[in-house]
Ligand binder design. Structure first.
Ligand SMILES: [Mg+2]
Length: 241
């Protein structure tokens, strides 16, 4: 039986489930430019709206980063769109104005993605290969949409290494709901308590807790690390035998 280990604790599981952003790839390097593009495209030259919307979504414009566990950092595009629309609705914008702003914002996000390559936090294909050779099955559970997630996995050359990929597009209730983990357990014919979730956000930990899945936080001092079963500074600290 395979065992997955962090420097502080070992887990007797058959499946490892990875979050994507902030776990495999640098969250701020990947998501700050599109998040800033979103806010700028919606607010245009309205500096007060820029500041308010950025705070509401968790986009730290001065620090060039996303606020940990904020909507921008951990939630879905649908949620970001709904929050944005709600802010604009409260300011008396018409439905047509809001729809036009969301179209501008989505285009700005696409442009930001087109001009940047993901910054990996570790040699992910090598880590996946090591875990697979130890007899583990691997899955990805992300709040990103399916199209960009598969594009990312193809770019990384790791799509074929994953036994299951569940995105925000595939389930009704994204993290922190346990739907995604339950879907993966069903797809792979295992049970939630035989899986280990690896993630950087509180949503990851809450999803794991609700499903009954073990949880390792990425980042020792993150909010996700509080009440986690273990934490690592980086996923390359994971080993298996
Ligand atoms: Mg994450």
């Amino acid at each position: 039986m395979p065992v997955v280990s962090t420097p502080s604790r070992s887990f007797d599981v058959d499946t490892v489930v990875f979050d994507k952003d902030g776990t495999l790839v640098d969250l701020d390097a990947v998501w700050f430019p599109p998040a800033k593009g979103w806010v700028d495209a919606v607010a245009s030259d309205d500096r007060e709206l820029t500041g308010t919307l950025a705070r509401r979504l968790g986009v730290d414009l001065d620090g060039c980063r996303l606020v940990p566990d904020s909507i921008a950092a951990a939630s879905t595009f649908e949620h970001i769109g709904n929050e944005t629309a709600d802010e604009l609705l409260g300011r008396g914008w018409s439905r047509d104005q809001i729809d036009a702003a969301l179209v501008r914002a989505a285009a700005a996000v696409d442009r930001a993605f087109d001009s940047a390559e993901p910054t990996m936090l570790a040699d992910v294909p090598a880590l996946f290969d090591h875990l697979i050779r130890s007899g583990l099955r691997l899955a990805l559970l992300t709040s990103d949409d399916r199209g960009p997630t598969l594009e990312f996995l193809d770019w990384l050359g790791a799509r074929h290494l994953l036994d299951a990929v569940v995105t925000a597009t595939d389930i009704e209730h994204p993290k922190p709901h346990p739907d995604g983990l339950r879907r993966i357990a069903a797809e792979l014919g295992t049970s939630a308590d035989r899986m280990l979730m690896i993630g950087d956000s509180v949503f990851d930990r809450q999803a794991a807790r609700a499903a009954g899945t073990w949880f390792v936080a990425v980042g020792h001092r993150s909010a996700a690390a509080r009440e986690a079963d273990a934490s690592v500074g980086c996923i390359d600290e994971l080993t298996a035998h």
